[in-house]
Design a protein around this ligand. Structure first.
Ligand SMILES: Nc1ncnc2c1ncn2[C@@H]1O[C@H](COP(=O)(O)OP(=O)(O)OP(=O)(O)O)[C@@H](O)[C@H]1O
Length: 368
């Protein structure tokens, strides 16, 4: 599967752009703020119906205009797939596959699997647990169509249960029957989500370790552990046990909305003890494990988007990564960098088809 053609109209700093892409590596080079990352984000839209960086669709419309359109032609399973995403100010986003509107955007997720590695991923390490749950959910939902629905059901039940706990506290009237109904809904979908996360993490950790060892040249000991209250206790039983606490706090304190991933280096928290390069290597290993997982599940290679990948990595780690590219471990790859000379230098001895684009103020010029 690969993207053959990308066109943009009024997307971020692009008025109009047309790119014919290589099936191998596509490198976007140019100064800060030129629009390199914006191109990756446009590709992200086509695969996952949204921006990687900013959930507000209308903020992606070029300033001074009132709509944007991104279109892409993909080759997938020997067929062409035309994907179009358009956003008009104050209107619902339109998303089409081969000119046909999707009834649910969720049905598109997984058709064009994609992995993005970006400097913004540092939030997975330094921010709260929500970022790490988002990471797990993003990986699983690209391979399991029911997973997003389960999450939606769970969140609805959670909102209902929390509203009821508040009402009970406000009115002083305890309603055990209604609470039981929400508990059942929460426990049913929560337990299924937990099982999917646990099964996923079991295979994922091993692949992650392999990638980290490879990138770091076995230089340091890291670990990745899935943490969930449900690992030790049945969810329904847990909800019963915490009900008094939940009534006092007026919110649900147990469940998969509390799941987390624990990252460490030499037994210490990665967030506090990892250097910038080690943290970046950790994130790259995490994302490459995501890549391997998607590939294994889908049986074809996902798109790989590497934003500003060379920054903060020492030469040996860059070489390892590029070895993987040259071994054809990946399919189509997109890379951004500020220096065209560095990109040319890195790829000069690598036997892979590389297409270079020079990006300048919202314009993309193919160089070869
Ligand atoms: N809605 C918008 N309308 C117009 N311009 C926008 C919009 N959103 C973002 N931009 C512009 O896009 C530019 C940023 O583009 P991008 O993030 O792709 O840069 P980059 O080439 O990746 O830079 P760097 O090397 O610094 O990462 C900024 O100049 C920003 O003002």
């Amino acid at each position: 599967m690969y993207l053959q053609q990308l066109s943009l109209i009024n997307f971020k700093n692009y008025t109009q752009a047309e790119l014919t892409l290589s099936e191998g590596v596509n490198a976007f080079a140019g100064n800060n703020g030129a629009g390199k990352t914006n191109l990756l984000d446009a590709i992200h839209y086509l695969a996952l119906c949204k921006s990687y960086f900013n959930p507000a669709d209308s903020q992606q419309i070029k300033q001074g205009t009132d709509f944007f359109i991104i279109t892409g032609t993909f080759e997938r399973d020997g067929r062409q797939e035309n994907i179009a995403c358009s956003v008009k100010r104050n209107q619902k986003k339109q998303f089409k596959r081969n000119k046909k509107d999707y009834t649910r955007l969720a049905d598109h997720i997984g058709l064009l699997p994609l992995v993005m590695i970006s400097p913004y991923d540092i939030s997975i390490i330094i921010e709260g647990s929500e970022e790490r749950r988002k990471f797990i959910d993003n990986v699983i939902s690209q391979t399991d169509n029911h997973y997003l629905d389960e999450l939606i059901n769970y969140n609805k039940a959670l909102i209902n249960r929390n509203a009821l706990l508040k009402r009970i506290a406000d009115t002083g009237r305890y309603d055990p029957t209604l609470l039981e109904v929400f508990d059942e809904q929460l426990a049913a979908s929560g337990s299924r989500i937990f099982e999917k996360r646990r099964a996923f993490m079991e295979s994922f950790v091993e692949v992650f370790n392999k990638h980290y060892e490879f990138i770091s040249g076995n230089a340091e000991q890291v670990s990745l552990v899935y943490e969930s209250q449900l690992l030790n206790e049945d969810f329904a039983a847990l909800l019963k046990k915490t009900v008094e606490k939940d009534r006092v706090l007026e919110r649900t304190t147990a469940g998969i909305h509390k799941d987390d991933l624990h990252f460490s280096i030499h037994g210490m928290p990665m967030k506090k003890f990892g250097s910038q390069g080690q943290q970046k290597s950790f994130l790259i290993a995490l994302k490459l494990a995501q890549y391997s997982y998607l590939y294994q599940q889908k049986k074809f290679k996902p798109l790989l988007l590497l934003d500003d990948i060379f920054d903060k990595l020492d030469d040996s780690r860059v070489i390892k990564l590029m070895q993987m590219v040259s071994n054809h471990d990946f399919g189509q790859v997109f890379i951004t960098d500020t220096s065209m000379a560095r990109v040319e230098n890195i790829f000069k001895d690598i036997a892979v088809d590389v297409k270079l684009f020079y990006i300048k103020e919202g314009e993309a010029d193919a160089q070869n």
